[in-house]
Design a protein around this ligand. Structure first.
Ligand code: SF4
Length: 195
């Protein structure tokens, strides 16, 4: 679905596969009012808006921004590293919550308390770097009963894991997950930014 990204600057994590390192420094962004954001969104006019980062929940005004966007859009999504509390995110917002695998280098940052706040409109995302990550993700799937609570996505870390291998493993295990491809990299190339 056509989607506008609002990318909030700053992230305290350092995933080995980060594809937006340009958004990690806090000073990579500039302060903007909600009115200015709304004015920038108006001519783009997509049916969906996604607040991402960096790590958007690291900013105290992220929740007020989500509430403001709900007054403008039918579909609002939040993509978060899973390291921050999601309990205050409005129920109408679809949360895409990463669970960081061992291969990400940031597995210790997973905030497992968030598993108590999953909803039918939540999407859990595993970015996998290897077979070991896949096996670890399968364990988390069972341990936290994820597939019965929300949508589960599995994605290849670009350049680390062959999508054909991941597809074969999922089919072989008949795993109740969706496989995800970084479509923007397929369409515009791995190095393209701002697309
Ligand atoms: S949480 Fe996201 S933005 Fe932060 S380092 Fe990891 S991949 Fe990059």
């Amino acid at each position: 679905m056509p989607c506008t990204f609002i990318r909030l600057a700053g992230c305290p994590l350092a995933c080995v596969y980060c594809d937006t390192p340009q958004a990690i420094p806090l000073d990579s962004g500039k302060q903007q009012s909600f009115a200015a954001i709304e004015a920038a969104l108006r001519p783009i006019n997509t049916p969906l808006v996604l607040v991402t980062g960096g790590e958007p929940l690291a900013q105290k005004n992220c929740i007020p921004l989500l509430k403001h966007l709900l007054s403008l859009y039918k579909h609002v999504q939040l993509e978060t590293s899973g390291a921050y509390d999601i309990s205050n995110v409005p129920a109408e917002v679809s949360v895409i919550l990463d669970i960081k695998t061992p291969g990400s280098g940031e597995v210790a940052r997973n905030r497992w308390e968030n598993m108590k706040h999953l909803r039918a409109n939540t999407e859990i995302k595993f970015v996998l770097t290897s077979r070991a990550d896949y096996d670890w993700a399968k364990t988390q799937l069972v341990l936290h009963n994820l597939a019965n609570q929300c949508t589960v996505l599995m994605s290849c870390s670009w350049g680390s894991l062959n999508p054909q291998d991941l597809a074969a493993w999922i089919l072989n295990d008949a795993l109740p997950v969706r496989m995800q491809i970084q479509l923007h990299k397929v369409i515009w190339g791995a190095e393209a930014i701002g697309v």
